[in-house]
Design a protein around this ligand. Structure first.
Ligand code: MN
Length: 508
């Protein structure tokens, strides 16, 4: 559940120093010792620049960038990113210029700060007007988000700082007017949560989603929080007994592993209730169990043992190791009946997959930057991730209608995906309900444009056929063919939609 940070109280200097030391302690776990002095200098510089500025809640302003840097250190971000966290509001809110930051701390830090400043300016443009129609707000938000992603093509660390900034701002929303609180929470839920999810940064995603729920549905949040508390003891005993049953099966295997059991975030419980249309009491898996081991082989060996001893729930098994999610998340998921009528979800993964699941693109990105243990496999994965970013950007630049972009984003967010094979045996991941036209555009835009028909497992199908996982799809093309307008009635992926629209735009 959400570890809410204690707000700064009266003993300010003391609290600030404590936070700073916590930041240094986190950083010293993975950065060289010299970083300490650099962080100290950066912190003092920022503190001096913000002087006696206060936050809405009355805390000294410096507490905010300091907390942001601390969140970034929890994500194991590099030194330049931590420094940029400390300095991220300096250009926007004080007389310090970008050039000064550049001469004090170097170009790298200055550029990240500048990226964050640009996004902040975009943001204040639309959070200010108070009686904008909701639809306009959404449109402007989406447009803003689009600009933000395009800005990160330069340096994804800008997004990391922005996510940490948003996370701390959400924690301290209490000091703002109710209306403003709601607007910021909506924006967080609409843009930053999907963004964190898309980047595979689950730990920050869950925090942001829980905090948004707290301000958007305060009653729901309070009730859920209370209910989770009420069942906490019972839940812990239950999880302990589940872990015991699993250990009895796993220990004899002589495979290294550790088990962690955790309650689900409030927001994901809430989503489950809404999606399954069930009351809290009927939601079955309020907690999940993770088994973390060293190698992929051991993941499957452990899974084999689990399935040998416990009946898996029908259709619950998903192999995200063989076929990772779009954001490169990997794990084996299964839901088992651990005792008659008792259902529990089990995820099995390696340590590395675990760190990717927590930190997402941040973890990959870390490997890319001179981690001594980095291997080609990891680098390839980073490239795949960056390829995703490129594809998303391409699509963002082509899609003109922000509303449509939001819809597309939501479609991407749904966990329901289908995996379809190309004739060469390559796997393409598509949202549920995707058609051969979506598939064609996913393979190649030329293939989409010239598509005249499709075969699924060697049988002709209509172009609006809904593909299923495991099917092999072959696209029939004809030179000189072009997209049809009615394809827009059934395509599912934002990519196909924007390519088709682009074609017709060129004509007009
Ligand atoms: Mn800020």
């Amino acid at each position: 559940m959400l570890p809410l940070r204690a707000p700064l109280k009266n003993n300010l200097t003391h609290d600030l120093e404590t936070t700073f030391l916590a930041l240094v302690k986190n950083a010293s776990a993975y950065l060289p010792a010299e970083s300490h002095d650099i962080l100290r200098n950066t912190y003092e510089f920022s503190k001096h620049a913000h002087q006696e500025q206060l936050r809405a809640g009355g805390d000294p302003f410096i507490s905010h960038p300091l907390e942001v840097a601390k969140i970034l250190s929890e994500l194991h971000m590099d030194l330049a990113t931590l420094q940029a966290g400390l300095l991220h509001d300096v250009v926007e809110d004080t007389t310090v210029t970008r050039d000064q930051i550049k001469s004090e701390f170097g170009n790298e830090v200055a550029e990240i700060v500048e990226g964050v400043t640009k996004i902040d300016r975009l943001e204040s443009n639309f959070t200010e007007p108070s009686h904008t129609a909701p639809s306009r707000v959404i449109t402007e938000q989406a447009e803003n988000w689009r600009k933000m992603l395009i800005a990160t093509a330069k340096d994804v660390r800008v997004i990391f700082v922005k996510l940490a900034d948003r996370r701390h701002n959400m924690e301290t929303l209490g000091a703002l007017r109710d209306e403003k609180r709601r607007r910021i929470s909506e924006e967080t839920l609409n843009l930053y949560v999907p963004l964190a999810q898309r980047l595979g940064m689950y730990s920050i995603k869950h925090d942001l989603a829980d905090l948004s729920l707290k301000y958007l549905e305060p009653e729901v949040f309070d009730k859920l929080e209370l209910k989770m508390k009420t069942i906490k003891v019972q839940q812990e005993t239950y999880l302990k007994s589940c872990v015991g049953k699993l250990e009895a099966v796993l220990k004899p295997l002589d495979i290294p592993y550790r088990i962690s059991a955790r309650p689900k975030s409030l927001h994901s419980v809430y989503r489950k209730m809404v999606r399954q249309n069930k009351p809290f009491e009927e939601i079955q898996d309020l907690a999940g169990i993770r088994i973390i081991t060293d190698t992929v082989e051991h993941c499957y060996a452990l899974l084999g043992a689990v399935h040998t001893h416990f009946q898996p729930v029908k259709d619950s098994f998903t192999d995200y190791i063989a076929i990772p999610k779009n954001n490169l998340y990997q794990s084996l998921h299964t839901t088992i009946e651990i005792a008659p009528g008792e259902i529990v979800e089990v995820q099995i993964r390696t340590e590395e997959m675990h760190s990717v699941a927590e930190f997402g693109v941040a973890a990959h990105w870390r490997y890319k930057l001179g981690d001594k243990t980095s291997t080609q496999g990891k680098i390839d994965k980073v490239e795949a991730k960056m390829d995703w970013l490129k594809k998303t950007l391409e699509w963002l630049e082509e899609s003109q209608d922000p509303r449509e972009m939001l819809e597309g984003l939501k479609a991407e967010l749904e966990f329901d995906q289908v995996f379809v094979f190309t004739p060469k045996g390559e796997v393409k991941k598509l949202p549920l309900g995707s058609t051969p036209v979506d598939f064609a555009y996913e393979v190649h835009s030329g293939l989409g444009d010239q598509c005249v028909g499709a075969k699924v497992n060697d049988k002709m199908v209509r172009l609006d056929y809904q593909l299923k996982s495991g099917e092999r799809c072959e696209i029939l093309t004809k030179k000189g063919q072009h997209p049809h307008k009615d394809w827009l009635d059934f395509v599912k992926t934002p990519r196909a939609r924007s390519k088709i629209k682009k074609y017709f735009k060129q004509l007009s």
